[in-house]
Write a protein that binds this ligand. Structure first.
Ligand code: NDP
Length: 246
């Protein structure tokens, strides 16, 4: 289905995991896609080739989300190369966990820069170019709803901030028919949280479905939000978490 034909999407952290699945799914639905990465050029190029194999245009931009100027440049390159910007997916995230004693100012700054400041900064930069009717989709976390283990306070704090960002931006950009929504993935099988990892069985047991998500299962909801059927959906928080927060 080509519901996104003619659209251009920018996906941060699109070289692996959930971001890569989102980039590919949006391309399958007809979008041209720019994706950012921090250091892994080879995986980013692989996703670009897969998108081009679908007959879409694609672009990989090295841009550390902790670097505000690099984010502005990524938006400019996307618009300069692909011609427009319709969909922004704020996906790149830092997952630093541990006891209070071990996570101090450096870790707080690193987490907030990528998980909170970057989505705000990118929304600013993207909204200057975005067509009316555009989409901003933030990727939060099930941990913003429920922090079941010690050590998650910093990460949970950063992801909870996206609720306020999403609702505030929905109000601000609504007059331009730009929708802004937040997806809370549950445990999803990626390098950051492998389904075969040491705590995976316990984590999967906290979901109603008793298993991890595949990245494509998160991407499916992102694609819906990006598409025309979701045009009246804004300011919402959508859990795609297998019932983790049920
Ligand atoms: P992965 O570690 O699998 O992939 C991370 C991706 O983001 C890579 O493409 C990586 O690029 C890129 N990236 C990492 N740091 C930066 C940075 N500073 N600037 C730009 N790009 C960066 O992560 P996931 O797919 O698991 O997570 C994606 C999002 O989903 C995150 O926001 C995470 O918090 C959220 N989430 C994940 C869950 C899970 O269980 N997996 C559960 C709930 C939420 P590179 O290879 O170059 O480093």
């Amino acid at each position: 289905m080509n519901r996104l034909e003619g659209n251009v999407a920018l996906v941060t952290g699109g070289s692996r995991g959930i971001g890569a699945a989102v980039a590919l799914r949006l391309a399958e639905e007809g979008a041209d896609v720019a994706l950012t990465y921090r250091e892994g050029e080879a995986p980013a190029q692989k996703i670009v080739e897969q998108i081009e194999g679908l007959g879409r245009r694609a672009l990989a931009v090295r841009a550390d989300s902790a670097d505000a100027a690099a984010l502005d440049a990524a938006v400019e390159r996307t618009v300069g190369t692909l011609g427009r910007l319709d969909v922004l997916v704020n996906n790149a995230g830092v997952f630093l966990v541990g006891p209070l004693d071990q996570l101090g100012p450096a870790e707080i700054d690193a987490t907030l820069a990528v998980n909170v400041r970057a989505p705000y900064q990118l929304a600013r930069a993207a909204s200057r170019h975005m067509t009316d009717g555009g989409r901003i989709i933030n990727i939060g976390s099930n941990i913003a709803e429920r922090a079941p283990f010690p050590g998650l306070a910093l990460y949970a704090m950063s992801k909870t901030a996206l609720i306020g960002l999403t609702k505030g931006l929905a109000r601000e950009l609504g007059p331009r028919a730009i929708t802004v929504n937040l997806v809370h993935p549950g445990p999803t099988d990626t390098d950051a949280n492998p389904a075969a990892g040491p705590n995976a069985e316990a984590i999967a047991g906290l979901t109603a479905l008793g298993r991890y998500a595949a990245p494509a299962e998160i991407a499916a909801t992102v694609a819906h939000l990006a598409g025309p059927d979701a045009r009246y959906l804004t300011g919402s928080v959508i859990s795609v978490d297998g019932g983790f927060s049920a």
